[in-house]
Design a protein. Sequence first.
Length: 347
Amino acid sequence: MSALRIGIRVPPCDRADRITDTVRRAEQLGFDDVWFPDSQLLWRDVFTTLTAAALGTERIGLGTAVTNLATRHPAVLASAARSVAELAPGRFTLGLGVGNSSVGPIGLRQTTSAAMRAGIDMLRALLAGEVWDFESPTGGKVRSRLRDPRPEVPLHLAASGPKNLRLAGEIADGVILLSGVSPKTLAQAAARVREGAEAAGRTAQLPLTVSAFCAVTDDIEAEARQIKPICASIAQNGGAPFLALAGIDVQVPATVSGVYPDLVHAEDWKAAVDICSAWVSDEAALRFAQEFCLFGSAEQITDRLRALHTSGVTGVFLQHVGSYDPPTGLVEAVGTSVLTHLKGNDR
């Protein structure tokens, strides 16, 4: 079994050159990957940031986690992906999702499974240099292709619901699991991915990357309180059954006022925590942190990462609380403690 890849999520929340400083530090400390989210109103352009990171690093993997096919046409994505991949050969992964914080603030719908399948088909064909028949507004076809293609760019699909998990298993080069590190929910998600792969006649194991909020701490209770908005958002967006599997009963209204732009990306995090305390108790937040997140001492986090690897997970990307500052503290804490423990054994 290949070594577990440890990544870090870095929002493009500052100038690209400054964000590259964080990426370069992650590379120095031994992280395998850096993943950048894409949301045009929240952060700087993700492909501008990726370009700077590609030019400023030598080894570390770079990826989107995630971009989308709603605000970016597949042909535009193909060109952008090709442009980054040629600056970081063998290091770039294009992670795709339904849109979330990209589409919500501008009134667009999330990408449906059918549109995702069609978009990935087009994207893969263009990256391979194939001619594609685009629909013309006059009713005909326009045949075009991408000049200087990069067919080696892997396309990973982020998924949480059963339909998209099966779709990922069927058509993606890898899967980004958004269910956290809870063993029960991970097992269910991985089973749906396998179903999709088997239906498509695929036998090779797909890379499975799991996202998880992380804090190296001796005071889990205090840190857990800070992720109440995350727990509330999961419950609000159809994830209550997943939480219930871990014994967490949280009911959140469909609309929560006083938080902008949404619970996960709140600009005033303290206010979001206070508001969500009406539905997420301290006990529920602690249970959520223990079950779905990687909170604890370096040794505890290391043990959980090894267990994840044993279960079939091939990579993780760690998230800090907050969207508008780089995760410099988490990079240092994990890089100087957790990665040291892992490197001494199975890395």
